[in-house]
Design a protein around this ligand. Sequence first.
Ligand SMILES: Cc1cc2nc3c(=O)[nH]c(=O)nc-3n(C[C@H](O)[C@H](O)[C@H](O)COP(=O)(O)OP(=O)(O)OC[C@H]3O[C@@H](n4cnc5c(N)ncnc54)[C@H](O)[C@@H]3O)c2cc1C
Length: 414
Amino acid sequence: MAREYVIIGDGIAGATAATEIRESDPDGHITVITDESDLLYNRVATKDLAKGDKERQDLLMHDRDFYRKHDIDVRTNTRVTQIDEDSKRVGCHDGSRYSFDKMLIASGGTPRRLPVPNGDVHGIHTFWTINDAERIKKAAKEADSAVVIGAGLLGIDLAVILGTHGADTKYLMRGDRWWRQGISKEGSEIVEKGLAELGVECVFHEEVERFNTRDEHVTECVGSSGKVYPCDAAGVAIGLHYNHEFLRGTRVKIGEGILTDEYMRTSVRDIYAAGDIAQYYDVILDRVNQNGSWASAKEQGAIAGRNMTKATDEDLEEFELVDTYSINHFDFFIMSVGSVLGSEKIDRVYDDGDYRRVIFFRDKPVGAVFVGDVSQAGILRKIIAQKPDFSELDKDRLLAESVDPALLKELMAP
Ligand SMILES: Cc1cc2nc3c(=O)[nH]c(=O)nc-3n(C[C@H](O)[C@H](O)[C@H](O)COP(=O)(O)OP(=O)(O)OC[C@H]3O[C@@H](n4cnc5c(N)ncnc54)[C@H](O)[C@@H]3O)c2cc1C
Protein backbone atom coordinates (compact mmCIF):
# COMPACT_ATOMS: atom_id res chain seq x y z
CA MET A 1 0.00 0.00 0.00
CA ALA A 2 1.21 3.50 -0.79
CA ARG A 3 2.74 5.34 2.13
CA GLU A 4 1.05 8.53 3.41
CA TYR A 5 3.38 11.49 3.96
CA VAL A 6 2.18 14.73 5.53
CA ILE A 7 4.35 17.87 5.55
CA ILE A 8 3.48 20.94 7.62
CA GLY A 9 4.82 24.07 5.92
CA ASP A 10 5.57 24.94 2.30
CA GLY A 11 8.68 27.01 2.99
CA ILE A 12 12.01 25.87 1.57
CA ALA A 13 12.37 23.02 4.11
CA GLY A 14 8.89 21.55 3.55
CA ALA A 15 8.85 22.05 -0.22
CA THR A 16 12.31 20.49 -0.64
CA ALA A 17 11.29 17.51 1.49
CA ALA A 18 8.19 16.97 -0.67
CA THR A 19 10.19 16.82 -3.91
CA GLU A 20 12.86 14.58 -2.35
CA ILE A 21 10.18 12.18 -1.12
CA ARG A 22 8.66 12.07 -4.58
CA GLU A 23 12.09 11.21 -6.07
CA SER A 24 12.67 8.38 -3.61
CA ASP A 25 9.12 7.04 -3.34
CA PRO A 26 7.26 7.39 -6.64
CA ASP A 27 4.15 5.68 -5.23
CA GLY A 28 3.80 7.53 -1.92
CA HIS A 29 0.92 9.92 -1.32
CA ILE A 30 2.26 13.33 -0.28
CA THR A 31 0.22 16.16 1.29
CA VAL A 32 1.77 19.56 2.00
CA ILE A 33 -0.23 21.83 4.32
CA THR A 34 0.49 25.56 4.55
CA ASP A 35 -1.34 28.38 6.25
CA GLU A 36 -0.04 30.88 3.69
CA SER A 37 -2.00 31.63 0.51
CA ASP A 38 1.17 31.60 -1.62
CA LEU A 39 3.03 28.47 -2.61
CA LEU A 40 6.82 28.34 -2.10
CA TYR A 41 8.51 31.68 -2.72
CA ASN A 42 12.01 32.97 -2.07
CA ARG A 43 11.79 34.32 1.46
CA VAL A 44 15.36 35.64 1.36
CA ALA A 45 14.44 37.87 -1.58
CA THR A 46 11.48 39.42 0.25
CA LYS A 47 13.95 42.13 1.32
CA ASP A 48 14.63 42.90 -2.36
CA LEU A 49 10.89 43.18 -2.94
CA ALA A 50 10.59 45.59 0.00
CA LYS A 51 13.57 47.61 -1.24
CA GLY A 52 11.97 47.89 -4.66
CA ASP A 53 14.69 45.87 -6.43
CA LYS A 54 12.39 42.94 -7.31
CA GLU A 55 8.72 42.39 -8.14
CA ARG A 56 6.41 39.92 -6.41
CA GLN A 57 6.43 37.50 -9.36
CA ASP A 58 10.26 37.36 -9.29
CA LEU A 59 10.05 35.65 -5.90
CA LEU A 60 7.57 32.89 -6.75
CA MET A 61 9.27 29.49 -7.02
CA HIS A 62 6.52 26.84 -7.21
CA ASP A 63 3.08 27.10 -8.78
CA ARG A 64 0.13 24.66 -8.70
CA ASP A 65 1.42 23.04 -11.88
CA PHE A 66 4.69 22.15 -10.17
CA TYR A 67 2.83 20.22 -7.46
CA ARG A 68 0.48 18.64 -9.99
CA LYS A 69 3.43 17.43 -12.06
CA HIS A 70 5.09 15.93 -8.98
CA ASP A 71 1.78 14.45 -7.83
CA ILE A 72 1.88 16.36 -4.55
CA ASP A 73 -1.35 17.41 -2.89
CA VAL A 74 -0.99 20.93 -1.53
CA ARG A 75 -3.44 22.66 0.83
CA THR A 76 -3.05 26.43 1.09
CA ASN A 77 -4.72 28.68 3.72
CA THR A 78 -4.89 25.65 6.00
CA ARG A 79 -3.55 25.82 9.52
CA VAL A 80 -2.57 22.66 11.39
CA THR A 81 -3.97 22.95 14.90
CA GLN A 82 -3.58 19.47 16.36
CA ILE A 83 -1.60 16.29 16.08
CA ASP A 84 -2.44 12.89 17.46
CA GLU A 85 0.73 10.84 17.35
CA ASP A 86 -0.99 7.59 18.38
CA SER A 87 -3.70 7.53 15.71
CA LYS A 88 -1.22 9.32 13.37
CA ARG A 89 -3.57 12.11 12.42
CA VAL A 90 -3.19 15.80 11.75
CA GLY A 91 -6.14 18.13 12.41
CA CYS A 92 -6.57 21.55 10.79
CA HIS A 93 -8.44 24.77 11.67
CA ASP A 94 -11.17 24.06 9.09
CA GLY A 95 -11.95 20.59 10.48
CA SER A 96 -10.01 18.75 7.76
CA ARG A 97 -7.92 15.78 8.93
CA TYR A 98 -5.06 13.88 7.35
CA SER A 99 -3.61 10.48 8.23
CA PHE A 100 0.10 9.90 7.98
CA ASP A 101 2.61 7.11 8.09
CA LYS A 102 5.46 9.66 8.20
CA MET A 103 5.16 13.32 9.00
CA LEU A 104 7.52 16.28 8.68
CA ILE A 105 7.12 19.48 10.68
CA ALA A 106 8.68 22.38 8.76
CA SER A 107 6.57 25.17 10.20
CA GLY A 108 9.35 27.72 10.88
CA GLY A 109 8.79 30.71 13.12
CA THR A 110 6.73 33.88 13.46
CA PRO A 111 8.35 37.22 14.37
CA ARG A 112 7.95 38.32 17.98
CA ARG A 113 6.25 41.63 18.75
CA LEU A 114 7.78 44.13 21.17
CA PRO A 115 6.10 43.68 24.56
CA VAL A 116 5.76 47.43 25.25
CA PRO A 117 2.70 49.73 25.37
CA ASN A 118 1.33 50.23 21.83
CA GLY A 119 3.79 47.62 20.55
CA ASP A 120 1.37 46.31 17.93
CA VAL A 121 -0.43 49.39 16.58
CA HIS A 122 -0.63 50.28 12.87
CA GLY A 123 2.68 51.32 11.39
CA ILE A 124 4.78 48.89 13.47
CA HIS A 125 5.99 46.14 11.19
CA THR A 126 7.51 42.73 11.63
CA PHE A 127 8.93 40.97 8.59
CA TRP A 128 8.52 37.37 7.51
CA THR A 129 6.16 36.95 4.53
CA ILE A 130 5.87 38.23 0.98
CA ASN A 131 2.78 40.21 2.09
CA ASP A 132 4.81 41.79 4.94
CA ALA A 133 7.36 42.87 2.31
CA GLU A 134 4.71 44.65 0.26
CA ARG A 135 3.26 46.36 3.34
CA ILE A 136 6.72 47.47 4.48
CA LYS A 137 7.60 48.80 1.03
CA LYS A 138 4.43 50.93 0.96
CA ALA A 139 4.97 52.18 4.53
CA ALA A 140 8.65 52.98 3.85
CA LYS A 141 7.76 54.99 0.75
CA GLU A 142 5.20 57.03 2.69
CA ALA A 143 7.26 57.54 5.87
CA ASP A 144 9.21 60.71 6.63
CA SER A 145 10.74 59.21 9.75
CA ALA A 146 11.23 55.68 11.06
CA VAL A 147 12.76 53.65 13.85
CA VAL A 148 14.07 50.09 13.72
CA ILE A 149 14.59 47.78 16.68
CA GLY A 150 16.60 44.55 16.55
CA ALA A 151 20.38 44.66 16.11
CA GLY A 152 20.62 41.43 14.13
CA LEU A 153 20.53 40.00 10.62
CA LEU A 154 16.85 40.81 9.97
CA GLY A 155 16.88 44.17 11.76
CA ILE A 156 19.53 45.46 9.39
CA ASP A 157 17.32 44.55 6.42
CA LEU A 158 14.48 46.62 7.89
CA ALA A 159 16.81 49.57 8.59
CA VAL A 160 18.18 49.49 5.03
CA ILE A 161 14.70 49.23 3.49
CA LEU A 162 13.36 52.20 5.47
CA GLY A 163 16.52 54.25 4.89
CA THR A 164 16.75 53.61 1.14
CA HIS A 165 13.13 54.68 0.62
CA GLY A 166 14.07 58.04 2.13
CA ALA A 167 12.74 57.86 5.70
CA ASP A 168 14.92 59.57 8.30
CA THR A 169 15.71 56.28 10.09
CA LYS A 170 17.01 55.76 13.61
CA TYR A 171 18.27 52.24 14.33
CA LEU A 172 17.98 51.71 18.09
CA MET A 173 20.26 49.14 19.72
CA ARG A 174 20.46 47.95 23.29
CA GLY A 175 24.23 47.48 23.28
CA ASP A 176 27.19 49.38 21.88
CA ARG A 177 27.18 47.83 18.39
CA TRP A 178 25.30 46.06 15.63
CA TRP A 179 25.08 42.21 15.92
CA ARG A 180 26.72 41.78 19.31
CA GLN A 181 26.68 37.98 18.92
CA GLY A 182 28.65 38.04 15.68
CA ILE A 183 31.13 40.93 15.60
CA SER A 184 33.21 43.32 17.69
CA LYS A 185 32.78 47.09 17.86
CA GLU A 186 35.47 47.47 15.13
CA GLY A 187 33.46 45.25 12.79
CA SER A 188 30.28 47.10 13.65
CA GLU A 189 31.87 50.46 12.84
CA ILE A 190 32.30 49.41 9.21
CA VAL A 191 28.62 48.45 9.08
CA GLU A 192 27.58 51.69 10.84
CA LYS A 193 29.33 53.71 8.12
CA GLY A 194 27.52 51.72 5.43
CA LEU A 195 24.20 52.33 7.17
CA ALA A 196 24.88 56.08 7.49
CA GLU A 197 25.44 56.27 3.72
CA LEU A 198 21.94 54.81 3.26
CA GLY A 199 20.35 57.37 5.60
CA VAL A 200 20.28 55.20 8.75
CA GLU A 201 21.64 56.55 12.04
CA CYS A 202 22.61 54.00 14.69
CA VAL A 203 21.61 54.91 18.26
CA PHE A 204 23.31 52.77 20.92
CA HIS A 205 22.36 51.94 24.52
CA GLU A 206 18.74 52.66 23.74
CA GLU A 207 15.65 50.50 24.32
CA VAL A 208 12.00 51.13 23.60
CA GLU A 209 9.89 52.24 26.53
CA ARG A 210 6.66 52.69 24.53
CA PHE A 211 5.22 53.96 21.29
CA ASN A 212 2.92 56.99 21.07
CA THR A 213 0.03 57.01 18.63
CA ARG A 214 -2.53 59.17 16.88
CA ASP A 215 -5.72 57.49 15.56
CA GLU A 216 -4.17 54.13 16.49
CA HIS A 217 -1.17 54.72 14.20
CA VAL A 218 2.37 55.02 15.51
CA THR A 219 3.77 58.58 15.64
CA GLU A 220 6.65 58.40 18.13
CA CYS A 221 8.95 55.97 19.84
CA VAL A 222 9.94 56.80 23.39
CA GLY A 223 13.34 55.41 24.37
CA SER A 224 14.46 54.24 27.81
CA SER A 225 16.77 57.29 27.84
CA GLY A 226 13.63 59.46 27.72
CA LYS A 227 14.44 60.60 24.19
CA VAL A 228 11.51 60.76 21.76
CA TYR A 229 12.00 59.60 18.16
CA PRO A 230 9.36 60.66 15.64
CA CYS A 231 8.30 57.74 13.45
CA ASP A 232 5.59 57.22 10.84
CA ALA A 233 6.82 53.64 10.58
CA ALA A 234 8.70 51.25 12.82
CA GLY A 235 10.38 47.94 12.06
CA VAL A 236 10.81 45.29 14.75
CA ALA A 237 13.06 42.22 14.37
CA ILE A 238 13.68 40.80 17.83
CA GLY A 239 13.60 37.10 17.02
CA LEU A 240 11.11 34.37 16.27
CA HIS A 241 8.51 32.53 18.21
CA TYR A 242 8.60 28.95 16.79
CA ASN A 243 5.41 27.49 15.37
CA HIS A 244 4.88 24.29 17.36
CA GLU A 245 1.79 25.07 19.44
CA PHE A 246 -0.08 22.24 17.64
CA LEU A 247 2.23 19.76 19.40
CA ARG A 248 0.88 20.63 22.85
CA GLY A 249 0.01 17.42 24.70
CA THR A 250 2.07 15.20 22.40
CA ARG A 251 5.27 13.36 23.29
CA VAL A 252 7.31 15.33 20.74
CA LYS A 253 10.08 16.97 22.77
CA ILE A 254 10.34 20.72 22.52
CA GLY A 255 13.18 23.04 23.49
CA GLU A 256 13.23 26.44 21.86
CA GLY A 257 12.31 24.64 18.63
CA ILE A 258 11.54 20.95 18.05
CA LEU A 259 14.34 18.68 19.23
CA THR A 260 15.71 16.26 16.65
CA ASP A 261 18.70 14.01 16.23
CA GLU A 262 21.20 14.39 13.37
CA TYR A 263 18.79 12.49 11.09
CA MET A 264 16.05 15.10 11.69
CA ARG A 265 13.97 12.58 13.70
CA THR A 266 12.00 13.93 16.65
CA SER A 267 11.46 12.02 19.89
CA VAL A 268 8.36 10.37 18.39
CA ARG A 269 8.87 7.68 15.78
CA ASP A 270 7.86 8.64 12.22
CA ILE A 271 7.69 12.36 13.05
CA TYR A 272 10.52 14.51 11.67
CA ALA A 273 11.33 18.22 11.83
CA ALA A 274 13.45 20.41 9.54
CA GLY A 275 14.33 24.04 8.83
CA ASP A 276 14.20 26.97 11.23
CA ILE A 277 11.99 25.01 13.66
CA ALA A 278 14.47 22.16 14.13
CA GLN A 279 16.75 22.24 17.15
CA TYR A 280 18.95 19.43 15.93
CA TYR A 281 22.01 17.57 17.09
CA ASP A 282 24.88 19.21 15.18
CA VAL A 283 27.64 16.72 14.38
CA ILE A 284 30.11 19.51 13.61
CA LEU A 285 29.60 21.33 16.90
CA ASP A 286 28.92 18.13 18.83
CA ARG A 287 25.95 19.75 20.59
CA VAL A 288 22.37 20.87 19.98
CA ASN A 289 22.05 23.75 17.51
CA GLN A 290 19.41 25.68 15.58
CA ASN A 291 19.93 27.55 12.33
CA GLY A 292 17.97 30.34 10.68
CA SER A 293 19.10 30.24 7.10
CA TRP A 294 17.80 29.30 3.69
CA ALA A 295 20.64 26.89 2.80
CA SER A 296 20.33 25.03 6.07
CA ALA A 297 16.53 24.76 5.85
CA LYS A 298 16.83 23.45 2.29
CA GLU A 299 19.43 20.83 3.17
CA GLN A 300 17.58 19.72 6.31
CA GLY A 301 14.38 19.41 4.25
CA ALA A 302 16.21 17.27 1.69
CA ILE A 303 17.75 15.00 4.34
CA ALA A 304 14.48 14.65 6.26
CA GLY A 305 12.56 13.91 3.07
CA ARG A 306 14.97 11.18 2.00
CA ASN A 307 15.19 9.71 5.50
CA MET A 308 11.39 9.50 5.70
CA THR A 309 11.41 7.12 2.74
CA LYS A 310 14.15 4.79 4.08
CA ALA A 311 13.23 1.25 4.95
CA THR A 312 15.82 0.78 7.71
CA ASP A 313 17.63 3.00 10.21
CA GLU A 314 21.00 1.87 8.83
CA ASP A 315 20.33 3.83 5.63
CA LEU A 316 19.58 7.15 7.34
CA GLU A 317 21.60 10.22 6.27
CA GLU A 318 23.04 12.72 8.75
CA PHE A 319 22.62 16.45 8.41
CA GLU A 320 26.06 18.06 8.32
CA LEU A 321 26.48 21.53 6.89
CA VAL A 322 28.67 24.54 7.50
CA ASP A 323 26.02 27.15 6.97
CA THR A 324 26.53 30.55 5.30
CA TYR A 325 24.53 33.78 5.50
CA SER A 326 25.43 36.91 3.56
CA ILE A 327 24.25 40.50 3.47
CA ASN A 328 24.80 42.57 0.35
CA HIS A 329 23.12 45.91 1.00
CA PHE A 330 26.38 47.86 0.94
CA ASP A 331 29.39 48.35 -1.32
CA PHE A 332 31.04 45.68 0.89
CA PHE A 333 29.81 42.24 1.97
CA ILE A 334 28.97 40.85 5.38
CA MET A 335 29.21 37.08 5.54
CA SER A 336 28.84 34.59 8.33
CA VAL A 337 30.04 30.99 8.01
CA GLY A 338 29.12 28.24 10.49
CA SER A 339 28.16 29.14 14.04
CA VAL A 340 28.85 32.40 15.91
CA LEU A 341 28.21 30.73 19.26
CA GLY A 342 31.47 29.48 20.68
CA SER A 343 33.62 29.65 23.77
CA GLU A 344 36.44 31.73 22.27
CA LYS A 345 36.73 34.29 19.49
CA ILE A 346 39.64 36.02 17.81
CA ASP A 347 39.30 39.18 15.71
CA ARG A 348 41.39 41.15 13.27
CA VAL A 349 41.00 44.45 11.45
CA TYR A 350 43.18 44.53 8.32
CA ASP A 351 45.15 47.53 7.00
CA ASP A 352 42.56 48.20 4.30
CA GLY A 353 39.78 48.31 6.92
CA ASP A 354 38.31 44.82 6.38
CA TYR A 355 37.33 42.76 9.42
CA ARG A 356 37.29 39.07 10.32
CA ARG A 357 36.30 37.07 13.39
CA VAL A 358 36.94 33.35 13.89
CA ILE A 359 34.94 31.51 16.54
CA PHE A 360 36.12 28.39 18.39
CA PHE A 361 34.25 25.91 20.54
CA ARG A 362 36.39 23.57 22.66
CA ASP A 363 39.42 24.53 20.51
CA LYS A 364 37.63 23.64 17.25
CA PRO A 365 36.96 26.45 14.76
CA VAL A 366 33.17 26.46 14.34
CA GLY A 367 32.44 29.76 12.63
CA ALA A 368 33.77 32.92 11.01
CA VAL A 369 32.37 36.35 10.20
CA PHE A 370 33.68 38.65 7.48
CA VAL A 371 32.93 42.33 6.96
CA GLY A 372 34.42 43.63 3.71
CA ASP A 373 36.65 41.08 2.00
CA VAL A 374 34.96 37.66 1.94
CA SER A 375 37.53 35.93 -0.28
CA GLN A 376 38.67 33.67 2.59
CA ALA A 377 35.16 32.47 3.45
CA GLY A 378 35.51 29.40 1.19
CA ILE A 379 38.70 28.06 2.78
CA LEU A 380 37.45 28.83 6.31
CA ARG A 381 34.28 26.91 5.52
CA LYS A 382 36.31 23.88 4.36
CA ILE A 383 38.53 24.06 7.44
CA ILE A 384 35.51 24.21 9.78
CA ALA A 385 34.01 21.19 8.01
CA GLN A 386 37.13 19.16 8.94
CA LYS A 387 36.28 19.70 12.66
CA PRO A 388 39.99 20.14 13.42
CA ASP A 389 41.45 20.35 16.91
CA PHE A 390 43.37 23.61 17.23
CA SER A 391 44.54 23.12 20.81
CA GLU A 392 48.11 22.56 19.55
CA LEU A 393 47.88 24.84 16.52
CA ASP A 394 48.29 28.59 16.13
CA LYS A 395 44.71 29.91 15.93
CA ASP A 396 45.91 33.18 14.37
CA ARG A 397 46.70 31.26 11.17
CA LEU A 398 42.98 31.47 10.48
CA LEU A 399 43.19 35.26 10.60
CA ALA A 400 45.97 35.46 7.98
CA GLU A 401 45.06 37.83 5.17
CA SER A 402 45.30 34.77 2.88
CA VAL A 403 44.85 31.54 4.78
CA ASP A 404 47.60 29.12 3.75
CA PRO A 405 46.06 26.34 1.59
CA ALA A 406 48.74 24.01 3.03
CA LEU A 407 46.93 24.30 6.37
CA LEU A 408 43.78 22.81 4.87
CA LYS A 409 45.83 19.98 3.31
CA GLU A 410 47.54 19.38 6.65
CA LEU A 411 44.17 19.16 8.40
CA MET A 412 42.71 16.87 5.77
CA ALA A 413 45.64 14.44 5.90
CA PRO A 414 44.57 11.12 7.46
C1 LIG B 1 13.33 39.26 5.30
C2 LIG B 1 14.11 38.00 5.45
C3 LIG B 1 15.41 37.96 4.99
C4 LIG B 1 16.18 36.81 5.12
N1 LIG B 1 17.44 36.80 4.63
C5 LIG B 1 18.16 35.68 4.65
C6 LIG B 1 19.45 35.61 4.03
O1 LIG B 1 19.95 36.60 3.50
N2 LIG B 1 20.10 34.42 4.04
C7 LIG B 1 19.57 33.31 4.61
O2 LIG B 1 20.19 32.24 4.57
N3 LIG B 1 18.36 33.33 5.22
C8 LIG B 1 17.64 34.48 5.25
N4 LIG B 1 16.41 34.52 5.83
C9 LIG B 1 15.96 33.35 6.60
C10 LIG B 1 15.39 32.26 5.70
O3 LIG B 1 14.47 32.81 4.82
C11 LIG B 1 14.75 31.18 6.59
O4 LIG B 1 15.75 30.64 7.43
C12 LIG B 1 14.13 30.04 5.78
O5 LIG B 1 13.24 30.55 4.82
C13 LIG B 1 13.42 29.07 6.72
O6 LIG B 1 12.71 28.14 5.97
P1 LIG B 1 11.70 27.12 6.67
O7 LIG B 1 11.13 26.32 5.55
O8 LIG B 1 12.35 26.44 7.79
O9 LIG B 1 10.57 28.03 7.35
P2 LIG B 1 9.57 29.08 6.71
O10 LIG B 1 10.09 29.63 5.44
O11 LIG B 1 9.24 30.05 7.80
O12 LIG B 1 8.29 28.20 6.34
C14 LIG B 1 7.43 27.70 7.30
C15 LIG B 1 6.04 27.69 6.72
O13 LIG B 1 5.15 26.99 7.57
C16 LIG B 1 3.95 27.69 7.69
N5 LIG B 1 3.28 27.30 8.94
C17 LIG B 1 3.62 27.64 10.20
N6 LIG B 1 2.76 27.09 11.10
C18 LIG B 1 1.85 26.38 10.37
C19 LIG B 1 0.72 25.60 10.72
N7 LIG B 1 0.35 25.42 11.98
N8 LIG B 1 0.00 25.04 9.72
C20 LIG B 1 0.36 25.20 8.41
N9 LIG B 1 1.43 25.93 8.03
C21 LIG B 1 2.18 26.52 8.99
C22 LIG B 1 4.40 29.15 7.69
O14 LIG B 1 3.38 30.06 7.41
C23 LIG B 1 5.45 29.10 6.58
O15 LIG B 1 4.88 29.24 5.32
C24 LIG B 1 15.62 35.66 5.73
C25 LIG B 1 14.29 35.69 6.20
C26 LIG B 1 13.54 36.84 6.06
C27 LIG B 1 12.13 36.89 6.55
